[in-house]
Design a protein around this ligand. Structure first.
Ligand code: ITT
Length: 202
């Protein structure tokens, strides 16, 4: 059984592969298959964008494809940057530029609640699909802390750990993260799906 992990983000790919490692399946990246597609994320929800990516890569690879669409939703920013997390501040910014911009737009803000959201979509070559979602609640830190992870991890603070995502080990992040939660739900659904329909040989 082979699945393509439909992402061009190497750090997200590492996290996805680690969490799916318990499944008895082989995972490859689009790059491994020589596929270089930048899917336009035209959806207005994480679920819509995840499905767009899964279907496009499934079609290109003719293999089942698992996509993750995720982002940081900040209460004081009306849920933003949300589905625009990867594009926050425009094309010129890197991860650090984006989280510094976020800290700047939160300056003086006492309401710091935020959550990460993750939608997983899996598309099969026969048109069947599976979905799952996960979230992780926290707050926006007042300054970046930690070097781990990627994206907004240094500024996403988990009160119960008294650490940012950037200060967690990969294993700790996997246990509590939006992605870990969504992918564990997805794994359960996939196992049920494969058992229910013996024709679902991949
Ligand atoms: P693909 O679409 O190719 O998978 P991407 O990075 O563009 O890669 P998204 O469109 O889902 O992925 O954007 C998600 C953005 O949200 C990501 O670039 C980060 O800025 C942020 N993000 C998502 N999960 C995160 C995490 O676990 N830690 C920190 N930031 C995260």
């Amino acid at each position: 059984m082979k699945f393509v992990l439909a992402t061009n983000n190497p750090k997200k790919l590492t996290e996805m592969a680690a969490i799916l490692g318990g499944l008895n399946v082989e995972v490859v990246s689009p790059k491994d298959l020589g596929i270089h597609i930048e899917v336009e994320e035209t959806g207005t929800t994480f679920a819509e964008n995840a499905m767009l990516k899964a279907k496009a890569i499934c079609e290109a690879a003719n293999l089942p494809a698992i996509a993750d669409d995720s982002g940081l939703c900040v209460d004081a920013l009306n849920g933003g940057p949300g589905v625009y997390s990867a594009r926050y501040g425009g094309e010129g910014l890197d991860d650090k530029g984006r989280y510094l911009l976020l800290l700047n737009s939160m300056r003086g803000q006492t309401t710091r609640a935020a959550h990460f959201a993750c939608a997983i979509a899996c598309a099969f070559p026969d048109g069947k699909t599976l979905t799952a979602e996960g979230r992780c609640d926290g707050t926006i830190a007042f300054a970046p802390m930690g070097e781990g992870g990627f994206g907004y991890d240094p500024v996403f603070f988990l009160p119960e750990y008294r650490k940012t995502f950037g200060q967690l080990t990969a294993e700790e992040k996997e246990t509590v993260s939006h992605r870990g939660r969504a992918l564990r739900e997805f794994v359960q659904k996939l196992e049920t799906f494969l058992k229910q329909e013996p024709s679902n040989t991949i």
